[in-house]
Design a protein. Structure first.
Length: 277
């Protein structure tokens, strides 16, 4: 027989629901001036997800769009390093004012670590709270695009973001290696279970060393767009700024990837939605 809740338990549950509703309302208000939100996601770490997110954001900003980059990889926040951000954000009246680099507004857990090699050993609820605080407290202002560097895998952290943020679509990053493609498939299945759009697959680290083709094969298997390949180049070792701003060949790759992703966004948008610039 199911045990009934006491009055105290009912009141506590009601307060919890109200708190969750208020948190969701504040997140919605913080993000209401953002036109398009894109998650860059992978099934495992180390496949170049952050590299894709940072260079996509830099390319869009360099093309004249208003762009934000949220480094939501709480455990291993690296976007600031890849973009070459030196100065952190300001906090004014309890609101985070993002850092700015190469025309991209940036917020990352890295700004709030005492040491860059500090291990963030948090359980699920702490990660959940940190992500929601970022979403609530950041003053993004008017943005054409918010690029979200997602935590890898299919655990609490990416799930929290997918539930808190209504994404317009996800770009999934893999490598030519079979294991990476297998994990990418898992992440795609998670996106689909949450009824969110997969814009397509990007294959990173294409080279004579690692090979090529696994990303395109996975796209064919899952009937998803293949957005393009990114060659392995020494330019990515330069951490002074986004590589897309340094090497014209890298720029061509990201122009092609974005054109394919934009086409998918437009095809998935309703007729009443504004056309993507």
């Amino acid at each position: 027989m199911q045990q009934q809740m006491s009055e105290e338990q009912r009141q506590a549950r009601l307060a919890q629901i109200k708190g969750q509703w208020e948190q969701k309302r504040q997140i919605t208000r913080s993000l209401e001036k953002i036109k398009t939100k894109i998650g860059v996601y992978s099934g495992k770490g180390g496949v170049g997800k952050t590299t894709v997110a940072v260079n996509l954001a830099a390319h869009l900003a360099n093309s004249g769009s208003k762009v934000g980059l949220l480094d939501a990889d709480i455990d291993c926040p690296n976007a600031t390093k890849v973009l070459g951000v030196v100065e952190g954000p300001n906090v004014e009246n309890g609101r985070i004012q993002p850092a700015l680099k190469n025309g991209v507004k940036v917020v990352s857990m890295a700004f709030f670590q005492q040491k860059e090699d500090e291990a963030i050993i948090w359980r699920g609820p702490m990660i959940h709270n940190a992500i929601n605080q970022f979403l609530q407290m950041t003053d993004w202002g008017d943005l054409d695009y918010l690029i979200v560097d997602m935590p890898p895998g299919t655990s609490d952290a990416p799930l929290t973001i997918m539930q808190a943020l209504t994404m317009d679509g996800f770009i999934v990053v893999t490598t030519p290696q079979a294991l990476a493609a297998m994990d990418a498939k898992r992440s795609i299945n998670m996106i689909k279970k949450l009824n969110t759009n997969v814009l397509g697959i990007v294959e990173n680290f294409t080279s004579d060393i690692f090979g090529s083709g696994a990303g395109e094969e996975l796209s064919g298997e899952l009937d998803l767009p293949f957005l393009g390949s990114i060659a392995l180049r020494p330019d990515y070792r330069d951490q002074s700024q986004a590589s897309v701003l340094i090497n014209p060949e890298i720029e061509k790759e990201f122009v092609s990837i974005w054109e394919s992703a934009k086409s998918e966004l437009e095809s998935k948008s309703s007729q009443d939605s504004p056309k993507i610039n």
